[in-house]
Design a protein around this ligand. Sequence first.
Ligand SMILES: Nc1nc2c(c(=O)[nH]1)N[C@H]1C(S)=C(S)[C@@H](COP(=O)(O)O)O[C@H]1N2
Ligand SMILES: [Mo]
Length: 441
Amino acid sequence: MMQFPKDLRRRVETFAAGPDGGRPPLPIDPRFWRSPLRSRRFTSILGLTLLVMLTLVIVCGLLSYASYNPRLAGNDPTGRHGLLGFYFFTWPTHPVWLYRLTQSTHVLLGLASIPFVLAKLWSVIPKLFELPPVRSPAQAIERISLLALVGGVTFEFVTGVMNIQLYYAFPFSFYTAHLYGAWIFLAGFVVHVAVKLPVAIRAVRRRGLDPDPEGDQAAAVHDPDGPDDLRAVEPAPATITRRGALIAVGGGSALLVGATLGQSFDGPLRRTALLAPHGQAYGNGPNDFPVNKTAAYRGITADATGAKWRLELRGTQRLSLDRAALLARPQSTHRLPIACVEGWSTEQEWTGIPLADLASMAGVTGKATVLVESLQKNGSFGKVRLAANQVADRRTLLALKVNGADLEPDHGFPARIIVPAGPGVHNTKWVTALTFVPEQA
Ligand SMILES: Nc1nc2c(c(=O)[nH]1)N[C@H]1C(S)=C(S)[C@@H](COP(=O)(O)O)O[C@H]1N2
Ligand SMILES: [Mo]
């Protein structure tokens, strides 16, 4: 401990003196970069780890977009998906935990990869200053792809983290920006993997995933693979092993996951979600589970949800029902999750009327989609169109109760939608009208 300030001073002096002793070093001079940790093997291990993590993050992210029923009129939060919708499919209603799993994975693995992304950027930063900047047309393309890769990953992580922290300080829509950003990132990612995967595999093939194999340090100063090497030409003395550095990165990643994971579970575990805004937010008693947007926030008044509230049913017939009339109908009860795009989720026991029964009451018996409208007049998620498979699944409810008690205002009183396996945004609260639209065969 006592040695540390002395050692630090020596290192600051050595640094300031520069490799030529006196001339301050510049980043374009390879001798500027002195960390003995940098090596192709070190970067390759980080890269291969990120390849696995980010592939899953990307797949689950694209699934999230597809789960919104973006092909049904009015649902696509970006307005128009165009060619980017090539992979859309009908999001299933089984298993009920499907979106809960894919979206927790998207958010948790996204957070987990932050320390790896930062470490990997650090490990290759000398290459940013390499001169000449371009040596061949192939390398020019690769460097342009890095712009999409690094710009894309930075943009996606910044917008993603801001969104899960409910910090909507963007001058643009999160959904639109995060989706388009994803495709720019993905383009860079694909090119980068195509170019670098063979290099990374070669780097780890010889001596496996051990970041500090014996004899490695001495052997590779003159690496036959030349321009891909990342070793310092004048390495400073090591203060940590590569293995130690990887453990630190992995530890940081585990810490982020550990402090967020609880948001995907009910019970005491939720309180461990220190980094998640919905780790602590609760209602009362049977309504004791997270709320995303409160009734007050959405401008829902007690007057509008009180005695004058009606559910308008529209199909081949029109009906107007009050809450008592709905409660008098046969009720179904199911345990179903709410899983928000922000990554938090909860499972509760909902009681209400299957949408399929409400469709029949409105005179619609075949395959039909439904337009759900709420009392909410402004802001997002006041309306949604559900697909025919969601209407047909008898577990899709217009819920009137949760855990045996009336819904609280913040949970959507007098009535809300609960859809199995779907994203949170499909579970419209404060429902006031259901319009069933038969599907053309
Ligand atoms: N009318 C309306 N319904 C809504 C929302 C909303 O803002 N307005 N938020 C949706 C979102 S994003 C989610 S994740 C769930 C959250 O449900 P909860 O707040 O009841 O837990 O409700 C959905 N239903
Ligand atoms: Mo949500």
